[in-house]
Ligand binder design. Sequence first.
Ligand code: NAD
Ligand code: ZN
Length: 271
Amino acid sequence: MFDPERKAESLAMDRVRRSLAEAERVVVLTGAGVSVESGVPTFRGEEGLWRSHRPEQLATPAAFARDPRLVWEWYAWRRERVGGCRPNAAHRALARWALSRPGVLIVTQNVDGLHGDAAIEAAGDRAPETAAWPIELHGSLFRVRCTGCGERRPHVAPIDTGSRASLPRCPDCGALLRPDVVWFGEPLEDRTIGRALAAARGCDACLVVGTSAIVHPAASVAVEAAHGGAVLVEVNPDPTPLSPLAGVSLRATAATAVPRLLGGPNEAGPA
Ligand code: NAD
Ligand code: ZN
C-alpha cells in the first residue's frame, strides 16, 4: 500500500544523497553519537558516570593538579573500554567515502580513535594519513602530553594507577604525563580548529553526525559551514541546536543512516 510518509522520507534521502555526491568540498563533523553503536558511551547518559563522578569533575586541569591518580584511573578505564571497540558501519562508510573521492574532510570531537581505525582499515596498504584521516579536535585517549616539556607522543601501554609514583612520566624530562585531550576550560589548539573552520567556511556541504552541538568551538564548524551557504545535513535520533539550520535532519542512528547516505558496498552492513 502507498505510504506517503515513507515516500517523503525516501525522496528526502535521495535529495541528500545527491547533494552530498555533487558537493565538491564536504566537511563531516562527528561527535560521541557516531561511536555509540560501537559500544562507546556518551557523557550524557547514565553510562557516562564513572564511580559517581561527572566528566566535568574529572576532565579538567584542576582535577589533574589535585588528584592525578584519580584522573588517570578514569582515563585508564575509558581506554580499556574503547580499546575493545571497533569502528561501526558509519565510521567505515565515512572512511571509504573520503578515500574514494576528493574534497572530504572528517572532523571529530571524539577521542576514541575509531575514525583513525576505520581509515587504516579502508586504506589497506596505502598510508592511512590520507583523506580519511580525521582532524581530532579534542585529542586522543591514546596519546599523552608531558606536563613539563609539552612533548606529545602515542601511548597505548597499560597505565599503572596503583600510586602517584607509578603514574607515567616523561622519558625526556621526568615530569608527569597527562592524557593528550582537551579538557573543560582549555582552549583547542589554534592550528587544529583553524584548519577545521577554514574548511567549513569553504565547503558546499556539511554532514553532522551524532553531536549534541553544545560544545563550542567544535559546534561552530557546522554553524560556519551553514552561514557560508553549505547544505547542512544532520544525522541524530534527537533534535539539537543545529537542527533549525539543517536543510535535512535525519532522525536515525549513525550506523543505519550514514552508509545509506553515502552508498557504496555494505550499504546496510552490520555495526
Ligand atoms: P554528546 O554526548 O553531547 O552528544 C551525543 C549526541 O549523539 C546526542 O545528540 C545524541 O542524541 C546523539 N546520539 C546518540 N546515539 C546516537 C547514534 N546511535 N547515532 C547518532 N547520534 C546519536 O557528544 P558530543 O556532542 O560529541 O560532545 C561531548 C564531548 O564529550 C565531546 O567533546 C567529546 O570529545 C567527548 N566525548 C567523546 C567520546 C568519544 O570519543 N567517543 C565519548 C563521550 C564524550
Ligand atoms: Zn617532558
